[in-house]
Design a protein. Structure first.
Length: 231
């Protein structure tokens, strides 16, 4: 890759089905991050899919785990297509090009922001209760998801953490397309992406041998094991 702050596994470049599951993806990332000076870092998972990945990173590196709740704004007729994202602090980022191409009205976008905001608040309450976000002013935040696609969810999460005065944001994802990885790299100090792929077609699931939705119960169990105390 062109950017000096992108760390990948060259032996996994452009390959598919390289991880058994999300936990294996986290294990590979933890190995890649062993030399990162993360003594005071905190691992922040983007739920739901990012939690099993992040839990393995936190366990292997001996770091505390918490969540940064972000949700993509999806189309009523196709929940796989996201045209923006909303973060835990209300930060919103829109894919204006896609909004225009789909012909979405201002009212439809406004309603999408409202509904996605409700989803984020509900999930934040479920996963974090009344706990404040841990102090980030003097510690790096390692932001984890199970993969990048368009990158909008990750970009809005990064923006929210920087607003929360994170001293440094590092991204760790098992897989991502090369163009998205490079865009995300421009916003963070470093990005670890084990399986970078190029080409016209990309799906996060193609990096995994076993892929299924992560339930909220699985998220709660993982967080209960490695949760950081509020500070």
């Amino acid at each position: 890759m062109e950017s000096m702050n992108i760390v990948e596994r060259p032996d996994l470049h452009n390959r598919t089905r390289v991880f058994r599951d999300r936990r294996h993806g986290g294990e590979v990332l933890a190995q890649m991050m062993e030399e990162y000076p993360q003594a005071h870092a905190i691992v922040l998972a983007i739920p739901a899919g990012g939690v099993p990945v992040a839990a393995e990173i936190a366990r292997l590196l001996g770091l505390p785990l918490d969540v940064a709740v972000v949700s993509k704004m999806t189309l009523p007729w196709n929940t796989e297509v996201g045209y923006g994202a909303v973060a835990f602090d209300g930060t919103v980022r829109l894919n204006h090009e896609l909004v225009e191409r789909l012909g979405l009205t201002d009212q439809q976008v406004k309603e999408g922001i409202i509904e996605t905001g409700k989803k984020v608040r509900r999930r934040n309450t479920l996963l974090r209760g009344n706990r404040p976000l841990p102090s980030l002013s003097a510690r790096p935040a390692v932001l984890v998801d199970d993969g990048l696609a368009s990158g909008f969810t990750m970009h809005v999460a990064i923006e929210a953490l920087l607003k929360a005065s994170s001293s440094e944001v590092v991204v760790a994802v098992p897989t991502g397309p090369s163009h998205t990885v490079q865009r995300v790299a421009a916003d963070v100090s470093r990005i670890y992406c084990a399986n970078i792929r190029s080409g016209m077609s990309f799906a996060v699931a193609d990096a995994y041998q076993y892929w299924s939705d992560v339930t909220e119960q699985e998220v709660l169990e993982a967080l209960g094991q490695l949760r950081t105390p509020a500070s």
